[in-house]
Write a protein that binds this ligand. Structure first.
Ligand code: G6P
Length: 602
């Protein structure tokens, strides 16, 4: 949520900042701004409301701002509406300090009062202006330099932040600090880059320093010094990042989302092959033998993966599984008996609630396992063990390939837990792995039929309400399909366990209401089919997805697979439906309103 960039070196900073922000726009896109220090030492700020393109236009691609040191920001508003005044960067009252910030300062009201009493003036409604004034306050009060002032702010602040700071007094340096919001430094030859995420700097360098929680850094063009919150200097080793730069480009597709939908066979195959060798599941970390229950915790689509895995793991491994929204888990004093394994699922590895859930479990002495896509992200580093998905960088706000890769990894977890617990025989391991090996090809088959879905979306472009129903794994597919539709097509839709529909929701069914039924689970197929008849007889327009046609009306066949793994296939037509509906409605598929890809605030 919110993207931060910084540059210091010999080149013009503004175009580099704008290029970096473009790569981070998925983190927020309601306003943007850059600050560049010019040759005379003055820090000039330009900020605009709206997409980054407005800022690019206003600065003529950055050419209007000359200087070789600067910071930039693309915003997802938390405090204060998205307007020019609230956009970052923010300066302190006398203009001597400039800050960009990602996160939420929770005690900002109290600190604002204190600063107002000390004569500070506020021009925006943001918590960030409190940060910049507080840093300035400590700098002046103690006179012990910028590292000291930032460390004092960190001691005083409650909440999450990644900040990049320019001090007029220290013209050749950028200062950065973080707590619970991501931030990395890229080291080039005689130049340094700051960013919220690796893809923003990949075209410049692959040498990356990950700043840890409650650490700060002092960056010059030719070197970096790291400090802990006690102002003691620390030593940090860089990491060489092995990512294909093109992976974060559109590569000829009109939208990232379509590119990522089409990358699903590859993402799923890479994830499978990372852990299956010689007919066996091999995880780099052994699964604890004495595990008595799993608690899966996650947000958004990753939570839906957890919901599917609850069915799959319980069925294959006969191990109790609870799935819980991370935002609930972290605050409700959960009961976690010894033997519980907490599994946190996250694409970004930075989702604030999921990270907090991991910390909560660890604080109670419970083992944590993370399923994460972004290398060295906070959740990956903090969980006891991590299993990576190999989806590659995902840019579209609405997840598709990361969701599919998470499902694949979850199936492997189910098979391996089952093998360890003796509920899955060696023959069944082979049978399951053979079925999983075929999933990428089956997804490709579905993608080849996407024109059918495109036509269907065109016929329903003005749809108002869509209900999606299914049982078991099919219900969890509906949850994901429904979220996709809401996120990018702005259609009111609800996912319902098919048996629950008549306990209230059926009263919303009117003539022409679209009801999508997902039917892949044999033991409950006829029951869902009956529920679809019930809504049809009340005027609904019924569409089914499944292995076999069980209904009159529109039908989209799903290639056959073993039932526990059906979510991986049934979700594809629903992703495509949401995509085409969004395109046909003229909406911004990759950057839907009000959303951000990486939710680093709670
Ligand atoms: C946001 C994204 C969703 C994602 C969720 C969890 O809401 O828009 O697509 O599922 O965050 O993100 P994570 O990075 O933890 O998987």
């Amino acid at each position: 949520m919110c993207g931060i960039v910084g540059y210091i070196g010999k080149k013009q900073a503004a175009p580099i900042l704008l290029e970096g922000l473009k790569k981070l726009e998925y983190r927020g896109y309601d306003s943007a701004g850059i600050a560049v220090r010019s040759g005379d030492g003055e820090v000039r700020v330009v900020k605009t409301k709206g997409r980054l393109s407005v800022l690019e236009e206003r600065t003529k691609g950055g050419t209007l701002l000359s200087g070789t040191c600067g910071i930039g920001h693309t915003r997802w508003a938390t405090h204060g509406e998205p307007n020019e005044e609230n956009a970052h960067p923010h300066k302190c009252t006398d203009g001597s300090v400039t800050v960009v910030h990602n996160g939420i300062l929770e005690n900002y009201r109290e600190l604002r009062e204190k600063l107002l009493a000390s004569g500070y003036v506020f021009r925006s409604e943001t918590d960030t202006e409190v940060i910049v004034n507080l840093i300035d306050y400590y700098r002046k009060k103690y006179g012990q330099g910028p590292v000291d002032a930032i460390a004092r702010f960190m001691t005083r602040a409650r909440g999450s932040y990644a900040v990049a700071v320019l001090f007029n007094e220290f013209p050749d340096e950028i200062f950065v600090a973080r707590k619970d919001s991501p931030m990395i430094i890229g080291a080039g030859k005689g130049e340094m880059f700051v960013a919220s995420d690796v893809p923003a700097i990949l075209s410049h360098t692959r040498t990356v320093y990950y700043i840890d929680n409650l650490e700060l850094a002092r960056i010059r063009a030719d070197g970096i010094r790291f400090y802990n919150i006690d102002r003691r200097e620390t030593v940090k080793q860089p990491v060489t990042v092995d990512l294909d730069e093109r992976a974060a480009e559109k590569d000829g597709y009109e939208h990232f989302m379509m590119k990522e939908i089409c990358e699903q066979p590859r993402a799923v195959r890479d994830t499978l092959h990372a852990y299956v060798h010689g007919g066996k599941v091999e995880f780099p970390c052994p699964l604890p033998k004495d595990v008595t229950q799993l608690v899966i915790t996650a947000c958004g689509s990753a939570y839906h993966v957890g919901a599917t895995l609850q069915y799959v793991i319980e069925s294959l491994a006969r191990l109790p599984v609870r799935v819980e929204l991370a935002s609930e888990f972290r605050y409700r004093d959960p009961i976690l008996p010894k033997g519980t394994l907490v599994v946190a699922i996250s694409q970004s590895g930075e989702t604030a609630d999921t990270l907090a859930a991991v910390r909560e479990a660890k604080a109670r002495g419970i083992r944590t396992l993370a399923i994460v896509n972004v290398l060295s992200s906070s959740i990956a580093r903090e969980a006891d063990d991590v299993l990576y998905t190999y989806a590659g960088p995902e840019i579209a706000v609405a997840t598709t390939k990361a969701y599919s890769a998470q499902l694949m990894l979850g199936y492997l977890l189910a098979v391996e837990l089952g093998r360890l617990r003796g509920t899955v025989s060696p023959e069944d391991v082979s049978r399951y792995l053979a079925a999983l090996e075929e999933i990428p090809e089956r997804i490709s088959e579905l993608l080849n039929e996407s024109e059918e879905i495109q036509r269907f979306a065109a016929e329903h472009v003005n749809v108002h309400d869509v209900f999606m129903i299914g049982r078991g794994v099919d219900y969890t597919v509906c949850m994901e399909g429904s979220l996709k539709l809401k996120e990018i097509s702005y259609v009111h839709t609800e996912a319902y366990a098919a048996g629950e529909l008549k306990h209230g929701t059926i009263s919303l069914i009117e003539d022409g209401t679209l009801v999508v039924g997902v039917i892949t689970q044999g033991s409950v197929a006829e029951k869902t089919a009956s529920n679809l008849e019930e809504v049809r007889s009340r005027g609904a327009l019924v569409v089914t997805l499944g292995f076999d046609r069980m209904q009159e009306g529109a039908f989209f066949p799903i290639p056959r697979t073993l039932e526990p793994f059906a979510a991986s296939l049934a979700v594809v037509p629903l992703q495509l439906f949401a995509y085409y509906l969004s395109v046909q409605r003229g909406l911004d598929v990759d950057k839907p309103r009000n959303l951000a890809k990486s939710v680093t605030v709670e």
